[in-house]
Ligand binder design. Structure first.
Ligand code: HDD
Length: 704
């Protein structure tokens, strides 16, 4: 054979509803077995059995080390080279494997093979990420989240490299390095890390009014999701679907979590970052390991040139969205994440996403941000992974055959045979090698293009504020209050007053009340409005799809209860509560005074998953206090127990309790209200937990 690369791993899934083949690198898989070494014996990289993994060879018992200790050299050499450059953005990520199932054939609008057959299952790999922080930063930074999906389709890999926010900060890729430099650590001092609450970021965005719409999203609770499982994903750009007749339509991609939308509050985010910096990463891992597989529906907004021409904004402008009320999102398939990674580095770190990885039937639009991205992602993979052969890494390797005349390069792992590495050639049979195919190959839409070379932004991109206003009026009162608080917090960290003033001037173009409330929070006079490129519109209707709270969950499924238990807790009441939570599809973490657990009323020992001094209420979706009066009095003496109750209360969580827990509530300085539900009826309590927050309590909201 000239150059055909067989699917390396795993073999291509059959186009049926069968379950996917076992991944060879998963535990127990063929390659995993190989990696374990000969009969579980330790070997060098060359496969030689190792006699000692403890001591250097030395001359004499206490003498100098011998240069000849090749086993030591092999080990240290590899260790010294373990690190690769982290991603310049989206460095901190969490990956998982899964499957995508197509609902129905979309042949009328796209010839993409993945959408050709109802019920088709396609293997996927997903990587969620924060954007600004380094690899070792914390999960609950206020930040955008990356939502990148690699579909291993039968006609090649398709990467949908999106975010949890449907718009972007900038309109043109030319500005991307500036944006990233502004939000990352200041180059002189190397901080602040993983946050946008600093002068450089707000200096830049206040000078770039096109960022304003995205800023509203980032300052909303979208910037602090409860976990990856509870957030939407968006392809952001307008792409195109092209059918077999060559007809093209615009398409925007949406991921909708079947778990519902959910975020934490800002004080909780601060608390979680200290208590569990891996909160999101752990949540994804734990839920998949527990068999509670997160699911998202992929939906599309499909529209033609006629709609694009009639729409209020340019569909090529990535700072704009198309309201779902105007073009409904059509669900076209479901993704289920059903397998954790076997190795964080091998898979999550080495996975290479690229917007230019499209397949036949999907095409780019002329969005200048997308066009620039298509150039950038390939570059970055070479920098990170060190070889043009990164596509041969298992996580990047297509599951369909690969056949071309690419040759050599660092770390080539394919074994190419035959003498022809060029075409045309006149060899035959296996020596001939692959050929292009007019019928099967990807062809771009045959689009007419005209006009002089141009180096300026199109006028159709000039409106920077109208959709920001639309986003603002689409939020509930609670969500608006959180946006005000976020702007106030972030701008309060800007040391240079002019930056705050400039930003307030921009916010006046979004909404006068918003700007005034932020100015009040900062204790500043409201400056004049900045001059917009075009007058913002205030007549766009509110869109419910833009609010998290209007799209929350309906029950406690997939959520976690933090259940405080003490000495002599009623064993029957405990069982009833745990059964009710599990019956509702939720999880329970039992918190006891010490991690050794507590002795229940029936004399049995209840182990603790956490002890009260080692956890925080912010880590749970609801909390419950199931304790005797004596235990409540003892807990009331512990500052950590009081903090636990106070944190749950002020963040509007539902608190399940029995009246005996009152001394703990009193000592915590909180007044039980209707959000405190009696555990006597466990099922009713769990039903209340499913509402997630008792917002009526919001003690941080300004008095009306
Ligand atoms: Fe990007 C990574 C999403 C604009 C250049 N980007 C990266 C990742 C996501 C996004 C999710 C992480 C992928 C992974 O998990 O490995 N990026 C976006 C979205 C954008 C966007 C939704 C706007 C709509 N990005 C953007 C621009 C450029 C880049 C305009 C450059 C011109 N992005 C990169 C990059 C990264 C990257 C430098 C860093 C690591 C990587 O690619 O693999 O090339």
């Amino acid at each position: 054979m000239a150059s055909k690369r067989d699917p390396k791993y795993p073999t291509q899934p059959a186009p049926t509803n069968e379950v996917l083949p076992k991944d060879p690198i998963a535990p127990g898989g063929e390659r995993h077995q190989q990696a374990k070494g000969r009969d579980d014996g330790l070997t060098t990289s060359q496969g030689g059995p190792v006699a000692t993994n403890q001591n250097l060879a030395t001359a004499g018992k206490r003498g100098p080390a011998l240069l000849q200790d090749h086993v030591f050299r092999d080990k240290i050499f590899h260790f010294d080279h373990e690190r690769i450059p982290e991603r310049v953005v989206h460095a901190r990520g969490s990956g998982a494997h899964g499957v995508f199932e197509t609902y129905e054939s979309l042949e009328d609008i796209t010839c993409a093979d993945i959408f050709a057959r109802a019920g088709e299952k396609t293997e996927v790999f997903v990587r969620f990420s924060t954007v600004a922080g380094n690899k070792g930063s914390f999960d609950l930074a206020r930040d955008v989240r990356g939502f990148a999906v690699k579909f291993y389709t039968q006609e090649g890999n398709w990467d949908l490299v999106g975010n949890n926010i449907p718009v972007f900060f900038i309109q043109d890729a030319f500005k991307f390095p500036d944006l990233v430099h502004a939000v990352k650590e200041a180059p002189d001092r190397g901080f602040p890390q993983a946050q946008s609450a600093h002068d450089n970021f707000w200096d830049f965005v206040s000078l770039m009014p096109e960022s304003t719409h995205m800023l509203l999203w980032a300052m909303s609770d979208r910037g602090i999701p409860r976990s990856f499982r509870f957030m939407e994903g968006f392809g952001v750009h307008s792409y195109k679907f092209v059918n077999a007749k060559g007809e093209a339509r615009f398409v925007k991609f949406h991921w909708k979590p079947l778990q519902g939308l959910q975020s934490v509050t800002w004080p909780e985010a601060l608390s979680i970052n200290g208590a569990d910096p891996d909160f999101h990463r752990r949540d994804l891992w734990d839920s998949i390991q527990a068999g509670d597989f997160p699911e998202w529906e992929l939906g599309v907004q499909v529209f033609d040139d006629e709609f694009a021409d009639s729409f209020d904004f340019d569909v090529l402008d990535p700072t704009k969205l198309i309201p779902e009320e105007l073009v409904p999102v059509r669900p076209i398939g479901k993704m289920t994440l059903n397998r954790t990674v076997a190795s964080h580095f091998d898979e999550t770190e080495q996975v290479a996403f690229m917007t230019q990885n499209i397949v036949r039937g999907i095409d780019f639009s002329d969005d200048p941000l997308l066009q620039g991205r298509n150039f950038s992602y390939l570059d970055t993979q070479l920098k990170r992974l060190g070889s043009t052969n990164f596509t041969q890494l298992p996580v990047n390797s297509p599951r369909c055959p690969v056949a071309n005349f690419h040759r050599d390069g660092h770390m080539q792992t394919d074994l190419h045979t035959g003498r022809a590495s060029y075409e045309p050639n006149s060899w035959t049979g296996d020596e001939r090698g692959p050929r292009e195919s007019e019928e099967l190959g990807l062809r771009f839409e045959q689009q007419e293009v005209s006009g002089a070379k141009h180096q300026a932004r199109a006028e159709s991109f000039a409106d920077h504020y109208s959709q920001a206003h639309q986003f603002w009026i689409s939020q509930t009162e609670v969500e608006q209050q959180h946006i005000v608080a976020a702007f106030t917090f972030e701008l309060s960290k800007c040391e240079v007053p002019q930056i705050r003033t400039r930003m307030l001037g921009n916010l006046r173009n979004v909404d006068e009340a918003l700007a005034q409330r932020v100015a009040d929070g900062l204790g500043m006079e409201l400056p004049g409005a900045s001059k917009p490129a075009v007058a913002p519109r205030k007549d766009l209707p509110a869109s419910d799809a833009l609010s998290i709270l209007k799209n929350g969950p309906k029950d406690f499924k997939g959520r976690k209860l933090g259940l405080v238990v003490g000495e002599k807790t009623d064993a029957d009441a405990l069982k009833a509560l745990v059964d009710a939570v599990i019956g509702a599809g939720g999880m329970v973490e039992v918190i006891t005074p010490t991690v050794g657990g507590a002795k229940l009323s029936d004399g049995s020992q209840q182990p603790g998953a956490q002890f009260i001094k080692g956890t925080k209420a912010a880590l749970y979706d609801a909390v419950a206090l199931l304790v005797t009066e004596q235990a409540a009095v003892e807990l009331a003496d512990l500052p950590e127990a009081r903090d636990f109750v106070t944190e749950a209360h002020v963040n509007c969580k539902f608190v399940g309790w029995n009246p005996e827990a009152k001394p703990l509530a009193v000592a915590s300085g909180v007044e039980p209200d209707k959000g405190w539900v009696d555990l006597a009826d466990a099922k009713a309590a769990v039903k209340a937990f499913g509402k997630l927050r008792f917002w009526e309590r919001d003690v941080t909201a300004p008095a009306k």
